[in-house]
Design a protein around this ligand. Sequence first.
Ligand code: HEM
Ligand code: HEM
Length: 204
Amino acid sequence: MMRGAIHYSIVILLIFLCGSGMSVSRTESLLHEWCGIFLFLCILLHLIGNRKWFTQMTRGRYNAVRCVITVTDLLMLVMIILIAISSVTISGYIFAPLGLGGAAWGRMIHFAATAWLLVLTGFHCGMHMKIEKRNVFLYLAGAGGVIAFIICRFYERLLLLNAFAYTPDLPSWTVYLLHALMFAAFTMIGSECRRFAAKERSDT
Ligand code: HEM
Ligand code: HEM
């Protein structure tokens, strides 16, 4: 119950933050900073709940699925650390009194690491979700996500091809929706990988 609430909170906050980061409204930026801090708390609770993973990482055998899950988890941790550092340096409100003052490198790191966190978290969810049957809704949302990926030029954020996020000229709720669809696409890819791996195992 508690675990589910944390999972949902992380997904909703992540989609909101990835969309709101692209907004220029001042009130939304303050909300962005508070929600970012709240997301960190949720991730911390999730990691405390899974603390065994840290101690068991060096034990047991690694098959392909465990390797993929572990590499994804480690990359997510790297992104979280990068986002934490960059957030403090670019903060316009909460951490602004520290006077670390909007470093350009901080902005670039924040820009790319948040995009990668969306990809990795979607994939992580898909790898962990135990969907036995093929889910038509996930496929439809995932297909929408592929289109959203192109409309939002998300690849520019992942590969740092541009200094600022390209924001499509659309109402802000649409920008959130496009990010939610992209999240669904990454989840779909994760769950397909999981299904493929399970099939390989049952075939041998
Ligand atoms: C960005 C934040 C996240 C990080 C850093 C993170 C990290 C981790 C780690 C290290 C583990 C333990 C190792 C493993 O089984 O992979 C884990 C387990 C798990 N994660 Fe996450 N995770 C995040 C977000 C999410 C989200 C959003 C969901 C769900 C939709 C989720 C679902 C799960 C599930 C189902 C498990 C298996 C154990 C459990 O039920 O708690 N995670 N996560
Ligand atoms: C995991 C949590 C977070 C995510 C996913 C996220 C996401 C984003 C995204 C996608 C942007 C747009 C990047 C750009 O166009 O340059 C952005 C900008 C920004 N974020 Fe975050 N953010 C998070 C946490 C935080 C936190 C905790 C703070 C501060 C306390 C923060 C402060 C800012 C600021 C000030 C900007 C505007 C940067 C600029 O001047 O262009 N963010 N964020």
